[in-house]
Design a protein around this ligand. Structure first.
Ligand SMILES: [Zn+2]
Length: 386
């Protein structure tokens, strides 16, 4: 089967692949059909374990899992009779048929993908029986952290090894009939941070998505996606390779949070520096600071080297403290920063008879899109030299 990149269908596919000991590409429609009964038995047993019993109503409310009568396997097998010629909302193939029994109960978060269901007051949804069965299997990869958490990554290797670890844990917990953990108080961000740390010894590529949802209740189910995109995955991999993950994930700096918010390149400096008018201090290691400057700030290497040269020049002028204060209290806008640089340039010329930087470099430093980051990095370069 091909991946759909729908979080439910993909997780179901990897769970089935795990139990059949196959690669996902080798899973056939017959594999899905022939294993509905055995997988549903597993699901019933899994959700009887106290630790995971909440999942029944949070993932598939009003299904045989939550009702006294009915058999989940029979119910899902029954859906096989409803193949049709409609396009499936999950895999896009023409093998779905709208059937009123296939609704939110078995297809969480359908409302964002189709106009059926809530908008038109129709109950059914056009999903094919195979995507439906895989969606049901996905409960075996679910975890609870306030809401239900599921992960999806474009990296197949991540999905294989994540699924394996989750299934191992499920089987251990079922064996000892694990109790509910006292606190489900972990936040969604912490959960995403954990999944990353959990994998810290392996390097993965691609996009990682964390879905948190709750399908319970009559209204719109809750559904939230947090993602780490390719660029950030690449940065995280480099952080691991450089052995900086412990410091990077230190909650004191909230760098990971800034990364998820998409603001890390603008805000990392203020997070790792203890600002003080007289004597600011860099709180993290030199290695992490250098790493962030090179990889996160997205300033060119030549710009960073130029800033080192200017900071050295300011030290030669014996103006480190004075310049630091000036820069910190500089008015908004490029022109004030430009005036500052020109001032340094002329003082340096007076003292040494040499030019500290040329006019092209001045233009580069006062780029409208980047000058704030450049100014902040120059402040840091000065603090480094105090
Ligand atoms: Zn489908």
């Amino acid at each position: 089967m091909k991946r759909t990149y729908n979080v439910f269908v993909d997780n179901g596919l990897f769970v089935l692949a795990y139990y059949l000991e196959k690669d996902i590409e080798d899973i056939t429609e017959e594999d899905i059909e022939n294993n509905i009964e055995v997988m549903c038995k597993k699901i019933v047993k899994f959700t009887k374990c106290e630790k995971y019993s909440n999942l029944k109503s949070m993932v598939f409310p009003n299904s045989p899992l939550t009702q006294k009568s009915g058999d989940l396997g029979e119910k899902v097998k029954g859906f096989l009779n409803f193949k049709g010629n409609d396009i499936c909302v999950r895999c896009g193939e023409k093998k779905a048929n709208i059937f009123n029994d296939i609704n939110k109960t078995y297809v969480p978060n359908i409302v964002s993908l189709t106009m059926y269901n809530y908008a038109n007051n129709l109950q059914g949804v056009n999903i094919c029986p195979h995507c439906l069965a895989l969606t049901v299997f996905s409960i075996l990869n679910c975890r609870v952290a306030q809401d239900v958490i599921l992960y999806n990554s474009t990296d197949d290797e991540f999905m294989y090894s994540y699924t394996e670890e989750i299934q191992d844990e499920n089987n251990r917990d079922m064996y000892i009939n694990a109790r509910k953990e006292k606190s489900n108080g972990i936040s969604k961000r912490e959960a995403l941070e954990n999944i990353w740390k959990f994998k810290e010894h392996k390097v993965y590529s691609g996009f990682l998505e964390q879905i948190s949802f709750n399908n319970i209740g009559v209204g719109m189910p809750t559904y939230e996606a947090l993602t780490i995109d390719n660029k950030n995955i690449d940065i995280l991999n480099k952080i691991n390779v450089n052995g900086l993950e412990k410091e990077f994930f230190n909650p004191k700096y909230s760098l990971f949070r800034q990364m998820l918010n998409g603001t890390i390149q603008y805000r990392y400096l203020e997070k790792i520096i203890k600002w003080d008018n007289e004597n600011s201090q860099i709180e993290c290691s030199k290695e992490l600071l250098e790493f962030l400057n090179m990889e996160v700030s997205r300033l060119k290497k030549s710009t960073i080297e130029l800033l080192d040269r200017i900071a050295d020049g300011i030290v030669e002028l014996n103006k480190a403290q004075e310049s630091y204060k000036k820069l910190k209290n500089l008015q908004e806008g490029i022109s004030a920063f430009e005036d500052f640089l020109i001032d340094i340039l002329s003082s340096y010329k007076e003292l040494n008879g040499e030019t500290l930087f040329n006019s092209n470099e001045l233009i580069m430093l006062t780029n409208r899109m980047e000058y704030k980051r450049i100014k902040n990095l120059l402040i840091v370069k000065l603090i480094e030299r105090f």
